[in-house]
Design a protein around this ligand. Sequence first.
Ligand SMILES: [Zn+2]
Length: 105
Amino acid sequence: MVCPKCQSPNVRRLRGYWEDLPAESPNRRRYAPPDAPNGQPLVALVAVVVGIALAVSGDVLPGLVVAAAGLLWGAAMRRRSTRYQGSLTAYDASRICLAEYYVFA
Ligand SMILES: [Zn+2]
């Protein structure tokens, strides 16, 4: 495995390189893996359940609004999580050329 740009054999997997960096290294943030999306899927589910319960018990409009918000929120979190999985896969496949700090897949 050599660098496609400078042909240097001094190439490492990006994740391994990042894991070996000392905590105080300025490169730790730069070469870090993508951040996991935060957000509780359970909260969206609870909103849907509470909304439906409200709608059934007579507060139809507020109930439907809460349930719809929960559904939209859940869908947005799903999208974010799919995107995160994609960038994590790309990160894990990335390599870094230590001769010039060039990252490539
Ligand atoms: Zn290179």
